[in-house]
Design a protein around this ligand. Structure first.
Ligand code: NAP
Length: 451
């Protein structure tokens, strides 16, 4: 039977496919979010048949893969991804199982070193024809490792494909609470009206991890915290927090506003900390003299009408006390608080996205009783556990959006360009590495540069 949806995965024998892509596609299929007339073609150079491929995938991940369901729509197909002749043969096969309306997704779950070869072969063999919006390409970060290399990758892609056919995945944007940021901001009058330097004193964007680098030495040591976390994830979060309201709730308008934020960022060079956890050099496969940072902190400013003068503190680091990611918005105190000399604290809005999603708002309140004492109380919303378990994984949402052609959660080229410009500048201020043993030392260090 001719298929309505064909997802072809390059690099299908890798970690990403086993841990994220196959489980996400299975869930979408079981929940009838995608057509049941789907085929997933797993391309690889290894000698598998579909059965042995799926078993090998199960051995790669601790996730319980639903092999029975997967075997109904997955097919393993052997190919040399460096040989264009194999693509021509593969295209003949694709044509034989598709009709003119079939949606074709080519998912490049491969490293940057073979991206250009695969993109060229896909184009040359006409698996993706530039004018066909039903044929799209998905690829993963890293989007280069500097502005220069990012430009090279992008120019290479534009040589073969139209921008409308390119989906750049930053899975952070698929996280439920990150998607919720715009709703919290723009669908609540109390926040929308106070979302500017008139009311907001400072904002923290923190992404703390408890684990070290686990077994990702090869990738991590060439990237480091600045490129791994700040370039894509945290600058994306910052742009969602600081952007003006888009003209319409539509992908291109939203991206225009995000880019406007990124182009107006400056940073305080004296605030920059590059850290490395004590013990990093003893991790397997890390060079003894590695200068790679596992922590970055800096203070940025968004020089727009709404946020000029408000410091945004960015922190990301590994081997800290807990896994904890949040955005903390600190408001100014009220004029009455100051006039009446009330012993109260500034309101804080905290939007949490790891380990749990939730929103906290602190308010000052009278302590119940006969005296006029005040206390800070917390209005707290935490997504119910029953809901937490059912929250779609970022990859489910992102794959579904590719199927439906929704681009809001994918990064446009100018966002990547602007964020690399910032990262390349910050990188220049990397001097001494601050070696930290624990989170307390990090907080002390940050405290010392605030003074
Ligand atoms: N894993 C994640 O959670 C994650 C998250 C975000 C982004 N990413 C990005 O996604 C991409 C894939 O990541 P991954 O973790 O899945 O990598 P991986 O486990 O190293 O898998 C790489 C895949 O590419 C194939 N491959 C590599 N060189 C090849 C060559 N010369 N010819 C044919 N096939 C080749 C491998 O095939 P063999 O099995 O035959 O070697 C394997 O299927 C990377 O760009 C990574 O940065 C991954």
């Amino acid at each position: 039977m001719k298929k309505d949806l064909i997802i072809t995965i390059f690099g299908s024998t890798g970690d990403l496919t086993a841990r994220k892509l196959l489980p996400a596609i299975t869930k979408l299929y079981n929940n009838e979010e995608i057509t049941d007339n789907v085929k997933v073609i797993a391309l690889g150079r290894r000698d598998y048949d579909t059965n042995s491929y799926l078993n090998a995938m199960q051995n790669l991940t601790t996730e319980n893969l639903d092999l029975t369901t997967l075997s109904t729509f997955v097919e393993y197909y052997k190919i040399q991804i460096t040989d264009v002749n194999d693509y021509h043969k593969f295209n003949d096969y694709i044509k034989s199982i598709s009709h003119t309306e079939t949606k074709h997704i080519y998912y490049l779950a491969i490293g940057p070193e073979i991206l250009a070869t695969v993109a060229k072969n896909i184009s040359e063999s006409k698996l993706i024809a530039r004018n066909n919006i039903n044929q799209v390409l998905v690829f993963e970060k890293p989007f280069g490792n500097s502005l220069e290399t990012a430009i090279q990758i992008n120019q290479m892609l534009w040589q073969y494909f139209d921008e409308t056919q390119i989906y750049r995945i930053d899975h952070y944007l698929g996280k439920e609470m990150i998607q919720n940021l715009m709703t919290v901001r723009f669908a609540n009058r109390i926040f929308e009206d106070t979302w500017s330097s008139d009311s907001i004193k400072s904002i923290k964007i923190y992404a703390k991890e408890k684990e070290g680098i686990l077994n990702r030495a090869g990738y991590y040591d060439t990237a480091g915290a600045l490129k791994d976390m700040v370039q894509s994830h945290l600058l994306q979060v910052l742009s969602l927090i600081a952007m003006d309201a888009p003209k319409e709730y539509q992908s291109e308008y939203i991206k225009d506003e995000k880019v406007n934020v990124l182009r107006n960022i400056s940073f305080d060079k004296d605030s920059i900390i590059f850290g490395q956890y004590d013990g990093y050099l003893n991790e397997a496969n890390i060079p003894a003299n590695s200068q790679t940072e596992t922590l970055v902190y800096f203070k940025a400013f968004v020089n727009t009408h709404h946020f000029r003068g408000v410091p945004f503190e960015i922190l990301t680091g590994k081997a800290l006390k807990n896994k904890e990611s949040f955005i903390e918005v600190t408001y100014h105190t009220t004029s009455e608080q100051e006039k009446w000399n009330l012993p109260v604290q500034a309101n804080k809005l905290t939007i949490k996205f790891a380990p749990y999603d939730g929103v906290d708002l602190t308010i000052n309140s009278k302590k119940p009783g006969l005296k006029d004492n005040l206390e800070v109380v917390n209005l707290s919303y935490q997504m119910a556990e029953s809901v937490q378990g059912n929250v779609p994984e970022a990859y489910e949402k992102l794959i579904l959006d590719v199927v439906d052609g929704h681009k809001t959660l994918f990064t446009r080229w100018d966002e990547i360009e602007a964020s690399w410009q910032i990262v390349d500048q910050i990188k220049q201020f990397k001097k001494d590495l601050f070696i930290y043993k624990n989170e307390d030392e990090v907080m002390e260090k940050i405290g010392s540069i605030q003074k």
